[in-house]
Design a protein around this ligand. Sequence first.
Ligand code: LLP
Length: 427
Amino acid sequence: MIPSPLPGAPQLAYRGDALHLEDVSLSDLATVHGTPLYVYSKASMLAALGAYQRGFARRDVQICYAMKANSTLGVLQVFARAGCGFDIVSAGELRRVLAAGGDASKVIFSGVGKTRAEMREALAAGIGCFNVESEAEIDVLDEVARAVGGTAPVSIRVNPNVDPKTHPYISTGLKDNKFGIAHERAVAVYRHAASLPGLKVVGIDCHIGSQITDETPYLDAMDRVLDLVAAIEAAGIPLHHIDFGGGLGIDYRGDKPPSADALWKRLLAKLDARGYGGRKLLVEPGRSLVGNAGVCLTEVLYDKPGEHKNFCIVDAAMNDLPRPAMYEAYHAIVPLVLPAADAPIVTVDVVGPVCESGDWLGRDRQLAVRPGDRLAVLSAGAYCMSMASNYNSRGRGAEVLVDGAASHLIRARESAEDQMRGEKLPG
Ligand code: LLP
């Protein structure tokens, strides 16, 4: 019923019967700030980053946190202060990096649909690299850079056609995906990019998918990318850096991904064996830095026993935690206060108030809960708040960052007025 170890341990643990994140009681936080409430552990984020840093000790590496996983300013500041760069996919994300004190020169800009305005803004900010995803984008970026009298640093995202063995919606490196440039076209496209006066070729990148729990696809993708590096450099185009993307998975339900340092030990050995060990590396981890650093707290509103199913209706919904509805994803759900040993356990579907049958957070869970009890949805640090919406005109939840025994409200709960700001009645 309660997973052991808890995803998020050791920072997430029961002390007595009360669930704590670091030294803070989550029930206390829910009482002070209300629910739904996202709570993140700074120590957990830094520990996850530490695994990458250990893996890369004494190497020339820039870790660019893929902020689409969680783009809240208070979270970005933790990574900016720890020396991270950022992988962004929009001008909005760039503004957030700058507002959080991030360094523009450590920003890389990914994504298949950058607009001209976004390119101009990123050039003006002096970002480190554009990860270009199509032949058409290369020409547009060249034109935009020349128009402002600048040169855009570029890396081309190649598609290694490797199956990451993850959910189809979060595979990105297969031939059928919209991302990157086909392996077979890469050398020709590099030749073209190198001939354009508005561009300076600086690197190569790939990203094969997300929530990858097996190291084989990474090793295969690295081989494919290094084959291309050799071919591109043989064509006279030097590559300053190699970017291996993100994608490392986390434990949602007993998943056992390799740790970042174990994975990189294997990858660096391959890099060394193939003679590229001294090359500057970039990585773009998102989920593995924040996913298990966060939980989402919710209160039970109603019990709804039924003939076939019992429902436990809570105050968080698919607008707050979209992953189950979108990917049938599993998030562990545990009580903030352990129930008495003799409390009756019931099998329930944990569902939200949104008017959709797809609005469920967990199916067939064994819980002993009553209205007014509070629950934590675990592994909610990545792709939860950043994908939250206002569907059903529900305000997005508040967010708190805990640091030891201290807690900081890093985002206020969104009010109805916040939601309506910017709207106008036509008459
Ligand atoms: N770099 C690029 C170019 C990406 O497209 C992504 C994620 C990342 C880095 C970070 O990948 P990560 O380390 O977080 O796996 N919403 C989905 C995940 C979508 C991932 C999209 N790209 C989910 O909730 O599972």
